[in-house]
Design a protein around this ligand. Sequence first.
Ligand SMILES: CC(C)(COP(=O)(O)OP(=O)(O)OC[C@H]1O[C@@H](n2cnc3c(N)ncnc32)[C@H](O)[C@@H]1OP(=O)(O)O)[C@@H](O)C(=O)NCCC(=O)NCCS
Length: 227
Amino acid sequence: MTTSTVDCWLLRATGDLDDSTLSSAERQRADAMRSAAAGRRYVSGRVAVRQVLGERLGLPPADVPIERADGRIHLVDRPDCHVGLSHAEDLVAVAVSADGSVGIDVEASERSGEGVPAVAMTPQKVVATAVLVGDRLAPLGVWVAQEAALKADGIGLSFPLSEVTLDPLNGGLVVRLGKRSVWGVTLRVVADAVVAVAAAGPPPVLHCCVVTQAGHHLAATGSNPGA
Ligand SMILES: CC(C)(COP(=O)(O)OP(=O)(O)OC[C@H]1O[C@@H](n2cnc3c(N)ncnc32)[C@H](O)[C@@H]1OP(=O)(O)O)[C@@H](O)C(=O)NCCC(=O)NCCS
């Protein structure tokens, strides 16, 4: 199976967020969220996705044809453009690939491993991941790698974590969701965050761009530390 390529952006959503690019349905959804923090998190994700996809597709962000199905983001009439999204506090991670389904998960690296459910962890998984991100970040690395694979599949956390296996492969990881599906996962520590990206086949090649502020022009602030 060929190796997928995934473009990946990491944005920080601090200060006032301009939600003028969101659709009215998205604004209603944000207003209906259980807390202001959840609403802000949702808005920051939509601002970032519209910004990234607008630049990629040559469309104003407000015109990006986003639809939500089964919890995840799809683009109307663009089966060649697969999108993944994750938030962690003020960080937003967006993944885009033409090569098939993609999953992304991000956590702030200061979290290290606290709060990660024990059922998600085995000593073997931690050792396999420590080789890639070091001992301190290994438990967090296991968590984001598994969650990225669960998102690429689309099942999310409905799948029992005890049935997820994780092994080293080609400088990354292979994550198996029982007999259901298999994903290559690439892990990166970028700008105080641990990011995992899952795609079909071997661990994907990442083109990774760090952007300081959601809402700014991407090319103006981008760098390419993870390529
Ligand atoms: C998808 C899921 C893993 C997200 O976990 P999280 O760490 O809380 O949140 P993240 O910020 O990393 O990711 C959220 C984004 O993932 C995407 N997403 C949601 N469900 C998804 C799914 N089933 N597959 C792929 N992506 C999904 C969405 O784009 C979402 O952001 P949005 O709601 O702003 O559009 C989790 O919410 C989940 O599994 N949901 C579906 C199953 C479920 O509800 N199970 C009960 C929970 S125990």
